[in-house]
Design a protein around this ligand. Structure first.
Ligand code: SF4
Length: 354
């Protein structure tokens, strides 16, 4: 690790100063330093939308939602079908269902007022650790540790962390926590998000525009882009396939019993294609509007598997199981695929979770 003195007060001061001058203007965002007008409904809504798409894609959806349902109470009272239709194009319907469940919980159990602590937010349906931390920090000025992939990358470079992902996740989270203070926690979280999104980019970071350049061990080492390190690729043969996550109108997941013989024989699983070359034809298990949720990888003893995860609302002759139950019961490979479909994986998109 290149030797750069770690001056936390200086790091905080320069990054907050940079944020004051360069904060992105986003429709859900209050101006830097203007904590008074932060609306937890807007922050929560934007964070849920951004879990599966980019700022430019989410922005028109955010404006539409806010125009139609200006408060969490309005959203809670909306018919499911209208919310689902407005959500179309934003990806997983499971998240839209969670959105409604959360709005209704806030409306019914909290008098229409969002809980103002990380723990209180985490107890809401569909709110994972990342979203709880983000809303607590941004809307309520709680010194919460808001760590997503962007923040992980900044930490890995700033501190030149030589441990590869995913093992480094807890280390990166601790490093992010070490920079948190009671002063302006919402702006701090957003400053780090903005730095990761606009300057400390995954490829070709703009170090000459970075307020942290003098503090950055990765830059001092001459090759900041090599961080975060990734675990060496497996030399096992690789197979490819598709896993299908079907949700019925009660939000249950369609499972199948695997054949007795073969890998994971006799166990419950998601419907999948055959696992082989990436070019193999894929036939979905039911006609539906299938959407790609992303990919997961899983290493078996004799091969590594990359599964593309497709998700849709569908019906059919499956073993319909509540997602929580399926997440607890399924073999790991299917659990990973389901987590991706259910929450994009608050577990997955927000690498703050292991
Ligand atoms: Fe990222 Fe470069 Fe800034 Fe370091 S100096 S935090 S690598 S942009």
């Amino acid at each position: 690790m290149a030797s750069v003195p770690c001056d936390i007060p200086a790091i905080r001061a320069v990054l907050l100063g940079w944020y004051d001058a360069h904060a992105r203007e986003l429709p859900w965002r209050a101006a830097p330093g203007d904590a008074a007008i932060r609306d937890p409904y807007r922050v929560w809504l934007s964070e849920v939308m951004l879990q599966q798409t980019t700022v430019p894609h989410a922005t028109p959806y955010f404006r539409t939602f806010l125009a139609r349902w200006p408060t969490v109470g309005d959203l809670a009272a909306a018919p499911d079908a209208e919310v689902m239709a407005a959500w179309a194009g934003l990806g997983y319907y499971a998240r839209a269902r969670n959105l409604l469940a959360c709005a209704r919980a806030v409306s019914v159990h909290h008098g229409g007022v969002f809980p103002d602590t990380e723990a209180g937010l985490l107890a809401l349906p569909g709110v994972g650790p990342y979203t709880a931390a983000a809303v607590a920090a941004i809307a309520f000025e709680r010194p919460a540790n808001v760590v997503d992939g962007n923040v992980e990358r900044v930490m890995a470079r700033l501190f030149a962390v030589e441990m590869p992902l995913p093992a480094a996740k807890p280390v990166l989270k601790r490093l992010a926590a070490s920079l948190i203070a009671d002063d302006r926690p919402g702006d701090w979280a957003q400053a780090l998000m903005d730095l990761g999104a606009t300057v400390c980019r995954p490829r070709m970071p703009l170090c000459d525009q970075c307020p942290l350049i003098e503090h950055c061990a990765g830059f001092a080492g001459g090759n900041p882009e090599r961080y975060p390190l990734k675990a060496a690729k497996t030399d096992r043969p690789r197979r490819f396939g598709t896993a299908f996550v079907l949700f019925d109108d009660q939000g249950r997941v369609g499972l199948v019993r695997r054949p007795d013989k073969g890998l994971l024989g006799g166990m419950l699983g998601l419907p999948t294609s055959d696992w082989g070359s990436p070019d193999e034809a894929v036939v979905p298990p039911a006609p539906a509007d299938w959407r790609e949720a992303g990919t997961i990888t899983h290493v078996f003893t004799h091969f590594a598997l990359t599964l593309t995860v497709q998700t849709a609302a569908a019906q059919g002759n499956f073993i319909w199981t509540p997602p929580e139950r399926a997440l607890a019961d399924l073999p790991t490979v299917f659990r990973k695929a389901l987590a991706l479909a259910v929450d994009g994986g608050d577990t997955a998109r927000h690498p703050s979770a292991g």
